[in-house]
Structures are given as structure tokens and as C-alpha cells.
Design a binder for this molecule. Structure first.
Ligand SMILES: Cc1ncc(COP(=O)(O)O)c(C=O)c1O
Length: 434
């Protein structure tokens, strides 16, 4: 049993199960998943729309019994996250159901950026290539697959932007209703790219933590599948596929260092879970890896706790251009701390000007335009190298989890034409452009 921690992210008012839709759950429709298990006390529950332990209020996660997973069985699957379906809580026919089939994004060798930063070997795992241009399509695909089996026909979420995009688009493809909740001051690039899919978009007058609290309350009232509330144990497993892909694309081995953006902290913990599962299943060699987390200084509750040596994450009020990472009370913060410490990594934060520099550095060196979360990660990579926390000789993977076209405001003031000229050859010559 793990040491109990004070609960931070779960409001005292919330129910421990959301309203179910009364469908009888068929456990054979959840692949290798066999139960829900409390991360704090280990108490087990039947698979269902449950997310909080009734004994200790700890978060629930999926417990599995894996059988027959080999490199070959994975390689024979589709070029999407469903090639890992035998490692996820989804039915065997998941790929045939209407879905956006995200995943299997590029692992780009980043030689120019590596040279500029003095790294021996660097890759960018570029998840901006997903259908709605962020890694959130992965978690949503898994949550929808499980949610359908639990009988939900309306899907919802509390979002900092990218998740709202992904839920609205996935619902459109699946032909079901969506109702997504976001902070009212979201970037236009994320509001438009959610609304266009035609579901209900609720702008809440508050920050993400207010939105999250409201959604926990609504989940107790409405028989809706909130992907990151009552479906959270299933949803979170989708992030493991980023870890699986990195290992497979490296030729079935683990990188030595990974730098991952942190909002709730779920993605970071699930990449670690993916690596541990691959080792346990004998799909990769048990080689050491270090996991590093990246936050914006304007919302750095996990980095603050890491640096202070605390294992409790003190909530903050976010104030940063990296709105997708602006979760002041991160549900998985303590677990992200555990992973960084256990693997010999760190959690670092960078200022808003450093985030803008990070976006431009990646764009200039590798032709990859990241959203602010990617700017956070690249800037953190640079800072960790400068402080000696990251080993320049170790093979490193940095995650770009979202597309820069959604956060144009971050770079627009400093990104314009080199020069404006009259449409004549002489004007071109005078400008000294040759
Ligand atoms: C682009 C992007 N990257 C990273 C994250 C962090 O995800 P997590 O909440 O799993 O830490 C988010 C969360 O919204 C995001 O939108």
C-alpha cells in the first residue's frame, strides 16, 4: 500500500461515482482490463463509470491481465494507436468503430536542434500530427471506446482547449452528442477549432480549476461520459500510446531521457507506465530512463514542489501564455513528482518569454511549429541542459504535444514579414535580399 497523500484535485463535494446510464457492463468488451484499482490503497472495483475510491478517495486506474502481446502482433495492427489495443481497456473490434484513429505520429530526428543545443542525439515526438492536432486525440479515442461500452451517448469534458477540440471532433465522427466546458478566456484558435464541429461549447467564467469543479458536479447529475472525470481511468490510458510509439519507433528500445509537458501530470505518469509495461512484457530491454517534466513558471505547482523537495503539490492561480498547461491544482501532480524522482529526472519551469523563444527555436531548426506547450517543453530542455540536469550525451526525446496554429497570438507580435517591398525587381534589389 502506498503512503496516503492529501487529496488536492478532487473537490469535497463530488460524488465517488458519476451517474451511470444503467447499462449492464460486459467485462469482455474491455480487452485486457480486468478491474479498477485504487492508486492509494489498492482497493479493487468492477469496471464501470467509477473514478474515485470509496475507501480512501484515491484515484482509480485500470488493472490488466495482458496475454499474447508480441512485437509482431503489434506490428501487424493498423498505423494508429489501435495497434496497441491489446494493451488498452478497449474492445477487440475498436478499430472498426467510427473514430478518428489518432496516433502513430512521427518521431523526428532533430539533428539541427541537437547541434544548436549541444546534444548528441535528439528526437521530437511530434503529436501535432494527430487529427485535431494535439495528443488529446489519443486519450479521447480510448475514453470514447470505453464510454460507449458503458452506455454513454453524450460525451463531455473540462478542458484547457485541446481536449475540447478532440472531444467535439470525436463526437462528430461517432455521431453522438458532445458538451464541452472551457475557461471563457481561451485562445481564439482553440475556441473556433472546437465550435466548428457543431457540439455544445460552454465558456465558463473562471479558470480551468473552476471548470473542472463544475464538471465534477455536473457528472454527478447528468448521465454523461465526462472523459476526464468519470471516464478518467480509461481516458488516461490513452497517453500510454505515446510511450509505446516512442519505444517501437526507436526500434523497440527505450530512450535514455524524455522531456514531457505537465498540466494535470497524467501524460507524464502514463509514459512511465507504458515504459514499465513494455519492460515487464519483455518487449524492450530493461534499460534505465529518466523522465523530466516541463511547466510554465506562471503555472508551476509541480515544478515548485519538485524543487522544494515536497511530495505535496500546493495549488497556484495560473498566469501564463501556455494556457493548455494552466492547471493550478493538478490531479496527478504528486504522481508526476514520484516518477521524476524515481527515474532520476526533474521538473523544471520556464518563463513566458522563454516559451516564445522555445517555439521559435523548434520552428527555426526543425520546421516544426509547436503550440505554447511545445514551447514550454523545448525551453525546458534547453534550461535543463544549461543547468547540467540533462545529460547532453544521452539519447533524448522531447514531446511536441500540440500545433502552433492554435496559439498564433504567442508569436504573432514577433513574427512578420522580413521586409515589405513594391512589386518591382528594383525594389527587390534595393532591399538587399539576393
Ligand atoms: C498540448 C498539451 N500538452 C500537454 C498537456 C498536458 O497534459 P496532462 O494534463 O496529461 O499533464 C496538455 C493538457 O491539456 C495539452 O493540451
Amino acid at each position: 500500500m502506498r503512503k496516503r497523500r492529501p487529496r488536492l484535485a478532487t473537490p469535497a463535494t463530488e460524488a465517488t461515482t458519476a451517474r451511470s446510464v444503467g447499462k449492464t457492463v460486459d467485462p469482455s468488451r474491455f480487452g485486457p482490463a480486468v478491474a479498477l484499482s485504487c492508486r492509494e490503497c489498492g482497493e479493487r472495483y468492477d469496471l464501470g463509470p467509477r473514478y474515485v475510491c470509496e475507501q480512501c478517495f484515491g484515484p482509480l486506474e485500470i488493472a490488466y491481465e495482458f496475454t499474447g502481446v508480441t512485437r509482431e502482433s503489434i506490428a501487424s495492427g493498423p498505423r494508429s494507436l489501435w495497434r496497441y489495443k491489446d494493451l488498452l481497456p478497449v474492445p477487440a473490434d475498436v478499430a472498426e468503430q467510427a473514430n478518428l484513429a489518432p496516433g502513430f505520429t512521427k518521431l523526428v530526428p532533430a539533428r539541427n536542434l541537437a547541434r544548436e543545443l549541444g546534444l548528441r542525439s535528439l528526437y521530437v515526438k511530434d503529436d501535432s500530427g494527430n487529427p485535431t492536432h494535439s495528443f488529446k486525440d489519443r486519450v479521447v479515442a480510448v475514453a470514447f471506446a470505453a464510454g460507449r461500452e458503458l452506455g454513454f451517448t453524450t460525451f463531455a469534458c473540462a478542458s484547457t482547449g485541446n481536449l475540447a477540440n478532440a472531444v467535439a471532433a470525436a463526437a462528430a465522427r461517432a455521431g453522438v452528442r458532445s458538451c464541452v466546458f472551457v475557461p471563457y478566456d481561451l485562445e481564439q484558435g482553440k475556441t473556433v477549432t472546437t465550435a466548428v464541429y457543431g457540439g455544445t461549447l460552454v465558456a465558463v467564467e473562471g479558470n480551468y480549476d473552476d471548470v473542472n469543479r463544475l464538471c465534477s458536479e455536473v457528472a454527478g447529475e447528468e448521465p454523461w461520459g465526462f472523459v476526464n472525470v468519470n471516464l478518467r481511468p480509461y481516458y488516461a490510458e490513452g497517453s500510454k500510446t505515446l510511450g509505446y510509439e516512442i519505444a517501437e519507433q526507436l526500434g523497440w528500445r527505450l530512450p535514455e531521457q524524455v522531456v514531457i509537458p505537465v498540466a494535470s501530470g497524467s501524460l507524464l505518469t502514463k509514459v512511465d507506465k507504458a515504459f514499465r509495461e513494455l519492460i515487464k512484457l519483455g518487449l524492450v530491454e530493461d534499460t534505465p530512463y529518466r523522465i523530466f517534466g516541463a511547466q510554465a513558471t506562471g503555472c508551476a505547482p509541480v515544478a515548485n514542489a519538485f524543487k522544494a523537495g515536497h511530495d505535496v503539490v500546493q495549488p497556484v492561480r495560473p498566469q501564463t501564455i501556455a494556457k493548455s498547461l494552466a492547471i493550478g491544482n493538478p490531479a496527478d501532480g504528486p504522481y508526476a513528482l514520484d516518477v521524476a524522482r524515481r527515474t532520476g529526472g526533474a521538473i523544471e519551469d520556464v518563463s513566458d518569454p522563454e516559451i516564445v523563444e522555445g517555439i521559435k527555436l523548434l520552428a527555426r531548426t526543425e520546421g516544426i511549429f509547436a503550440e505554447t506547450a511545445g514551447g514550454v517543453t523545448v525551453a525546458t530542455l534547453r534550461k535543463l541542459l544549461a543547468s547540467g540536469q540533462l545529460d547532453p550525451d544521452a539519447e533524448t526525446v522531447v514531446l511536441n504535444t500540440g500545433d502552433g496554429l492554435k496559439t498564433l497570438d504567442a508569436v504573432a507580435p514577433t513574427s512578420g514579414p522580413t521586409v515589405t517591398i513594391r512589386p518591382s525587381l528594383s525594389a527587390f534589389r534595393e532591399a538587399g535580399l539576393a
